[in-house]
Ligand binder design. Sequence first.
Ligand code: S3P
Length: 183
Amino acid sequence: MNLIYLIGMPGSGKSYWGSIWGDKYGYEVVDLDFNIERHAGVRISDIFYGMGEQGFRSIEAAVLLETITAARGQNTVIVTGGGTPVFDGNFKTMQRTGFIVYLEATIPYLVKNLEITPQIHRPLIGEPTPEILEGLLQKRRTFYEQADMTVNAEELSKDTFAEIQKACIDRQLSWAQSRPWQQ
Ligand code: S3P
């Protein structure tokens, strides 16, 4: 069973590619933002306005754990929110349980994508200016760069997921070889 996390900035294409790859390669695709809204019973923007970012982050961390538990036993892609890896030990949780793929993109690419998508679930961004995105990326880069694999978000295709799967399986094999007593 493979559990693959897509991480990266808002606008990097995590949801888009997650669903394309899931369809083509027969993976369940779970969108963490969607699960957060279902869990809370309100929109992400309402969680931010009612409970602040900290409130949102505690719900996000709890829903990440729930989502991992629910994914057990089936090949799954979990599409995370842009801030998920940075808060509440989420990155360690993801490292322990699956294979983390960072969709790396330039600021102009993110701005271009965010300008044509609704910002309703992104209260942190509001107007997607290069300055706002650069500020967020600065704080997040050290986490993103610890992913198991980095792909260029601007050059993705359906075939990229074959490479991701191969890297994920290779890592499982090398873990198994280094721990023969656990076979
Ligand atoms: C956030 C990104 C959003 C959503 C929330 C917080 C962030 O998800 O989780 O608004 O901190 O960057 P996307 O990355 O899908 O936009």
